[in-house]
Design a binder for this molecule. Structure first.
Ligand code: ADP
Length: 453
């Protein structure tokens, strides 16, 4: 039985895991960098160990130090959260070999789905539609151009090791392709230490719709419905909701089954996400699997009533999922707004600094997952997300009204945030009508005066 968990992360997700552990009677060990001494996760965990300097490379990415901390404090399991080492197959394997349970899938599944072109090949063989593209990575410009022409422009060049929307480039013809191919390779090399890229057909104005998977170590694989994450900026999600205003029951059923097949093909265990692009006609294409808990998991928790972090821990403990696909119901609508320390009026420039005043909204149907508080100094070293506002209710309309109401109550002074931007989106007719595709943000920004946010 798991009695103590090390949380190999920081920020709101570290708090989220601590909260689940506390409710389950499991002890927690926080690890932190020198820049995070004042962080809430350090204060709320039962124990905390400093693992190094402020830069992620000196702390949250130091697998060796994290494993040492786990051994010193005698923990049974490590929860990696998202980002950092969460999708690092080597780290998961190290945990396995040190007899520490990794709260996530087996290292083999992480490796398989972490290479995006292997992942596509794996799910295609399981009968899941994929975006037409190159057969694996394209290693020379000549080979790449040939492949792009065969697929047909526009195409998107993507990093095999990609993540977080980085290393992605769109090309509309041979000339732009030649340039973007090298830019993408360089970006991928810098961001991931792996310059390999592959090519896909660029789907115009699709929706990003992903399915939450939960699988145990006894062969049961279920899906918990979808999240529509079409509101993105530079391929990074800003707003997520469930159910998707685009899916009908029939398409949901088909895509859910495809998602389960994709997870089964990866011999998957624990929580994961199958991401699809869906075109205007309802054709859906697998793009990737995220082999970890996602930022937007609370949206699914609120509509299904299932606590994903607790389920992750139970699965890691070897327990069986005690419900079946037919037991999963979607009784609410939930919308998540990512609150980032950024200035939307100035091209989303990061806005680290000290929060002079923090007041979070409350009332019915409002959930905040955040590590921010009055007086908290946001370190400049990590990502700019300082919280998530999840609003939910019986209908999409209520969730929208609640989101607007809660955003209006939310006070964060001393830094710039995305709160005013979210308010503007919640009152935008295109978003309210449920018509947002991945092209939405660019259009919204071009037609909305920046003094609105
Ligand atoms: P990452 O792992 O970097 O997040 P993804 O493969 O998940 O990359 O893609 C992120 C986003 O990029 C998608 O949600 C979508 O908006 C856009 N995108 C990716 N592939 C395509 C494609 N073939 N056509 C159109 N847009 C795409």
């Amino acid at each position: 039985m798991i009695q103590k968990i090390l949380i190999a992360n920081r920020g709101e997700i570290a708090l989220r895991v601590i909260r689940a552990c506390r409710e389950m009677g499991i002890k927690t060990l926080a690890v932190y960098s020198e820049a995070d001494v004042q962080s809430l996760h350090v204060q709320l965990a039962d124990e905390a160990i400093c693992i190094g300097g402020p830069r992620s490379a000196d702390s949250y990415l130091r697998a060796d130090r994290i494993i040492s901390a786990a051994e010193i404090a005698d923990v049974d399991a490590i929860h990696p959260g998202y980002g950092f080492l969460s999708e690092n197959a080597k780290f998961a394997a190290q945990c396995e070999s040190c007899n520490i349970k990794f709260v996530g899938p087996k290292s083999k599944s992480i490796q398989m789905m972490g290479d995006k072109s292997v992942a596509k090949d794996t799910v295609r063989k399981a009968g899941v539609p994929i975006v037409p593209g190159s057969d694996g990575p394209v290693d020379s410009e000549a080979e790449a151009v040939k492949s792009a022409r065969k697929i047909g422009y526009p195409v998107i060049i993507k990093a095999v090791a990609g993540g977080g929307g980085r290393g992605m480039r769109i090309a509309h013809n041979d000339v732009s392709f030649a340039k973007e191919y090298h830019v993408a390779r360089n970006e991928a090399e810098k961001a991931f230490g792996n310059g390999a890229v592959y090519i896909e057909k660029y789907i115009e104005k699709p929706r990003h719709i992903e399915f939450q998977i939960l699988a145990d170590s006894h062969g049961k694989v279920l899906h918990l419905g979808e999240r529509d994450c079409s509101v993105q900026r530079r391929h990074q999600k800003l707003i997520e909701e469930s159910p998707s205003p685009f899916l009908n029951a029939d398409l949901r059923k088909k895509m859910g089954k495809a998602a389960v097949r994709a997870a089964e093909a990866a011999d998957y265990e624990n929580a994961g996400t199958i991401e699809f692009l869906v075109d205007a006609k309802g054709n859906y294409y697998f793009i990737e699997m995220n082999t970890r808990i996602q930022v937007e998991h609370p949206v699914t928790e609120e509509v299904t009533g299932i606590d994903l972090i607790k389920q992750q821990i139970r699965v890691a403990n070897g327990e069986k999922l005690d419900f079946d696909q037919g037991d999963v119901t979607w009784t609410k609508h939930a919308i998540e707004c990512r609150i980032n320390a950024e200035d939307p009026a100035r091209n989303f420039i990061p806005s680290p600094g000290t929060i002079s005043l923090y007041y979070a909204p409350g009332g019915p149907g409002v959930r905040i997952d955040s590590h921010a508080y009055s007086g908290y100094a946001i370190p400049p070293y990590y990502d700019s997300m300082i919280g998530k506002l999840i609003c939910f209710g019986a209908t999409r309309k209520i969730a929208l009204q609640r989101s607007y109401r809660a955003l209006s109550e939310y006070l964060i002074r001393g830094i710039k945030t995305t709160i005013p931007l979210h308010k503007a989106i919640m009152s935008d007719p295109v978003f309210i009508d449920g018509k947002a595709t991945t092209a939405y943000m660019e259009d919204f920004m071009s037609r909305t005066p920046t003094d609105l946010f």
